[in-house]
Design a protein around this ligand. Structure first.
Ligand SMILES: Nc1nc2c(ncn2[C@@H]2O[C@H](COP(=O)(O)OP(=O)(O)OP(=O)(O)O)[C@@H](O)[C@H]2O)c(=O)[nH]1
Length: 334
């Protein structure tokens, strides 16, 4: 069984360390190793702390999202070695706390494409902290913050104790607009339900799928689609590989459930050029048995994506159908 790796990102000062130092006290996370970019001041000493300095190795293509975090590969390799030699008795999970400006894609790429590490580790969740008081402004001004939210499975709104009236709701709408399927939880000083936080439950309901959004500065588009019947999995895989090969740096996120004719769907999960190994579920998570796939892109118009999938109709065996309502940049329906 691959050891789950949870990546915790979040803008500078958004509360990553506070959240981690709180949740790592829970018995469920007893055998968790933590990899951090620098040593924090918090008392994480009963856990295995491995500081890494940020060193990035660009792979041949020169594309940032396909760069490998050499430092991280080394740290994970050392951890694995210690575990295999019995020097760490149990290793149930690894948590990687990134620096505030880190791009999550190279971290995922490192875990999924490394010839050795990919056999032993798998990324189960990307969690992003967003500060309730500064988050809306940071998402307007920082492409890094937007990328982190787009890449996440779960967003933790921190500092809710400091938020003024309406601030949290505005931020939540903003997060929903960038990443409709992400789970959003709230935390004041890291107080969250750890089981809920770490549950890799897949939730892609139609309610969460607005069709197209554009943001003031980040110009991200969210396109949600379904198909009018089961999709040929191999053909879809080829189409997605072609898209990511050509435009991976503009595809911030792909997430969804695909009806491939089996009893349960195939779970799709990707960040930029990196696709998590697809997971075949035995059954559907809810009543809705249609495929639903969300693409969060930068600079790829909805029409192009739909036209490209439409052109593959013969091979896919089904016609693409847009899902959901058109919504405005602030997340309300129009
Ligand atoms: N009031 C309040 N303060 C918080 C909360 N969470 C974090 N803080 C404070 O915010 C500051 C930054 O929190 P950190 O946990 O260090 O944030 P970080 O994301 O790890 O920071 P960097 O690693 O520097 O990017 C600290 O002073 C925390 O005490 C919260 O929920 N409420």
């Amino acid at each position: 069984m691959a050891i789950p790796v949870t990546v915790v990102t979040g803008f500078l000062g958004s509360g990553k360390t506070t959240l981690l130092s709180r949740v790592l006290r829970e018995p469920e996370l007893e055998n968790t190793a933590v990899i951090v970019n620098e040593f924090g001041e918090v008392g994480l000493d009963h856990h295995l702390l491995r500081p890494v300095a940020e060193r990035t190795l660009l792979l041949g293509s020169g594309c940032v999202c396909c760069s490998e975090r050499e430092d991280l590969a080394e740290a994970l390799g050392e951890l694995l070695d210690l575990y295999q030699r019995g020097e760490i008795p149990a290793l149930d999970r690894v948590v990687i706390e990134t620096t505030g400006l880190a791009d999550p894609a190279p971290i995922l790429h490192t875990v999924f494409s490394h010839p050795v590490l990919s056999h032993h580790f798998t990324v189960d969740l990307v969690i992003t902290t967003v500060d309730a008081i500064n988050g809306t402004m940071q998402l307007s001004e920082s492409p890094e913050a937007t990328k982190q939210v787009a890449a996440s499975d779960e967003v933790v709104i921190t500092k809710t104790d400091l938020a003024g009236p309406g601030e949290k709701e505005e931020l939540e709408a903003r997060i929903r607009a960038i990443n409709p399927p992400a789970r959003i939880v709230e935390a004041s000083f890291g107080e969250v339900d750890v089981r809920e936080l770490l549950s890799p439950e897949v939730r892609v309901g139609e309610r969460d799928l607005p069709r197209l959004q554009e943001h003031d500065t980040a110009s991200t588009h969210t396109v949600s689609v379904t198909f009018d019947g089961p999709v040929d999995w191999t053909a879809f895989g080829i189409w997605l590989s072609m898209l990511l090969h050509a435009r991976g740096e503009s595809v911030l996120r792909v997430k969804g459930l695909l009806d491939t004719g089996g009893p349960g769907p195939v779970v799709l999960n990707g960040v930029q050029h990196v696709i998590h190994p697809p997971q075949h579920l035995d059954r559907w998570p809810d009543e809705d048995r249609r495929s639903r796939v969300v693409f969060i892109t930068r600079d790829i118009p909805e029409e192009s994506l739909l036209a490209s999938l439409g052109g593959f109709r013969g091979l896919l065996g089904a016609r693409v159908v847009p899902l959901g309502e058109r919504v405005s940049s602030r997340g309300g329906s129009s």
